[in-house]
Design a protein around this ligand. Structure first.
Ligand code: G6P
Ligand code: ZN
Length: 540
């Protein structure tokens, strides 16, 4: 029943920040998905035999097809049981939860996150390990090495499984269990948060699922279990192409929600999540909360939720994320960790019990309840905090800044830059690091400049060249790095931050507060000179 298929390597199967992401057309090449999946299985090896493997995706174009392939290949790899979300659907945090709850060896998550979907758009495959988190670099490197020498893949000669039928079937010697994708996840959320308090608070909410995976989750949790009015969830039906939109919950792609939240008829709370359900956008009536601030505010108030009533062990953030959370950690007298971009770096800290809450500027927040960032989790924690304090998002934000000071923050993205140009910019920047301290730029004085390297305190591993950071006197900062999640050309990300103490001007327009740092960034890195771009494509 098991067949061996000859193949040859593809040179471009190196996983990026979050798994292998390519255009659908690339994945549609014969053997392409199979080579990658087989490489994962070859690296995991004997641990797969008889084990449980979770498989699911965000429902984008190609999801069902690749799931069928993965099931046949898992059977050939002698996996004991695969657990698949009904319809092939599992949000990334729900997949992480399922891996943990089932004691699975790992999981395959099919998604390209917030990238658009459809025949001409993006697809992705990510391997998560037994703790429920993305495979660490050592594993992804081994997978890549395997893709470069692979010469065969194995699959059972069996027909497609009906992914829509709940229950269990056999594929060769393996059990395939189709489960409701929402049930276990919703139960976990009920343990962490005070659903009664949220129900009783009488809040009004708008949640934009962006025609992506969180629709069914949000409808069940917000409308059915928490009793928010029907219609609270908008764009709640997952579509293969996300309705032709970017399922990226930021101020550009969730503009309608933003406009609504700034209008006269705004509900108390607005939120959105991305293609695979791990990102979040938080907007109170009249108040957008940056992801960096959201992390800090959630950490400062997390004790109001039952799941965190015992306090936090530590707070972790990625390096480009603002330092707002560090100030909360300082006050709570708990450690603050600074990791490279990529959720996988939080896994060790969470596993070691060194951190409880983590977050990234790229709209990711989460905790030790799973090993992925979790969009709906952030929404529910905010709702729990609003319900318990009786305060508005705007009030929480203002009081937070009055206590800790405010980190004005923005990210400028230059998308689709020619790779050689982007590489030249970074190379020149790295070459200039030693000469930067003491230099005056746009009225600011450079204090220090370096290329961030992370020393993982749990296993001693070192991840170098994780982004150039330039610190100015007075606590302002600019960080430069190239995105690791794109599928064509390069995206230059420029992260801008200015700290204003509790007694400073806390009510400025962010653009104005950062103008001199924007000018300094261009002068230091030669953005216009290298990229030919006068303006960023996206400001978040
Ligand atoms: C994904 C990862 C995040 C990361 C983000 C941005 O969402 O899960 O951990 O922060 O991509 O990565 P990039 O390399 O594009 O800046
Ligand atoms: Zn995502």
């Amino acid at each position: 029943m098991i067949r061996t298929h000859q193949t040859t390597p593809f040179p471009d199967q190196k996983p990026g920040t979050s798994g292998l992401r390519k255009k659908v057309r690339v994945f549609q090449q014969p053997n392409y998905a199979e080579n990658f999946i087989q490489s994962v299985f070859d690296v995991v090896g004997a641990d797969l035999v008889g084990a449980t493997l979770v498989i699911g995706g965000d429902g984008r174009y190609l999801n069902r097809e690749v799931i069928q392939k993965a099931i046949r290949m898992a059977a050939a790899a002698k996996v004991g049981r695969v657990v698949v979300g009904q319809g092939g659907l599992l949000s990334t945090p729900a997949a992480s939860n399922l891996i943990r709850q089932r004691g699975a060896v790992g999981g395959l998550i099919l998604s390209a996150s917030h990238n658009p979907g459809g025949p001409d758009e993006d697809f992705g495959i990510k391997y998560n390990i037994a703790n429920g988190g993305p495979a660490p670099e050592g594993v992804t490197e081994a997978i890549f090495a395997r893709t470069q020498v692979i010469d065969r893949w194995l699959a059972s000669d069996t027909p497609d499984v009906d992914l829509d039928q709940l229950g269990e079937v056999a594929v060769a010697d393996m059990a395939v269990e189709i489960v409701d994708p929402v049930t276990d996840y919703a139960a976990l959320m009920e343990c962490l948060f005070d659903f009664d308090a949220i129900r009783a608070a009488g809040l009004t909410v708008s949640f934009d699922a962006m025609s992506a995976i969180t629709g069914p989750y949000a409808t069940e949790i917000l409308e059915r279990r928490l009793g928010f009015a029907p219609g609270t969830v908008v764009n709640g039906m997952p579509l293969e192409d996300f309705g032709g939109h970017h399922p990226d919950p930021n101020l550009v792609h969730a503009r309608e929600l933003y406009d609504r939240m700034m209008g006269d008829d705004a509900p108390d709370f607005g939120a959105a999540s991305d293609g695979d359900g791990d990102r979040n956008l938080i907007i109170g009536r009249g108040r957008f909360v940056t992801p960096s601030d959201s992390l800090a505010m959630l950490a400062a108030n997390a004790h109001l939720a039952p799941g965190y009533a015992g306090g936090l062990k530590g707070i972790a953030r990625s390096m480009p994320t603002s330092a707002a959370a560090d100030r909360v950690a300082e006050r709570l007298k708990i450690p603050a960790f600074e990791t490279p971009t990529g959720w996988k770096f939080f896994g060790n800290l969470l596993d070691a019990g060194m951190a409880t809450i983590c977050g990234e500027e790229s709209a990711g927040t989460g905790s030790d309840h799973v090993r992925e960032k979790d969009g709906l989790w952030a929404v529910l924690l905010w709702l729990n905090i609003l319900a318990k304090t009786g305060k508005s998002v705007d009030q929480i934000a203002r009081e937070h800044w009055a206590t800790y000071g405010r980190n004005y923050y923005a990210r400028h993205d230059y998308e689709g830059v020619e790779s050689e140009r982007a590489d030249a910019l970074m190379a020149e920047l790295r070459g200039s690091l030693a000469s930067l301290p003491g230099r005056q730029v746009a009225g600011l004085t450079v204090e220090t400049a370096d290329d961030f390297a992370y020393h993982d305190p749990t296993d001693g591993s070192v991840s170098a060249r994780q982004g150039v950071r330039v610190l100015f006197q007075g606590g302002s900062r600019v960080v430069f790095r190239l995105s690791g999640t794109g599928t064509s050309g390069a995206t230059l990300r420029v992260y801008l931050e200015r700290y204003e103490g509790p007694d400073g001007d806390l009510d400025r327009d962010t653009g104005a507060a950062l103008a001199d740092i924007v000018a300094a960034a261009d002068e230091i890195a030669g953005i216009v000179r290298h990229t030919g771009r006068k303006q960023p494509d996206v400001i978040t």
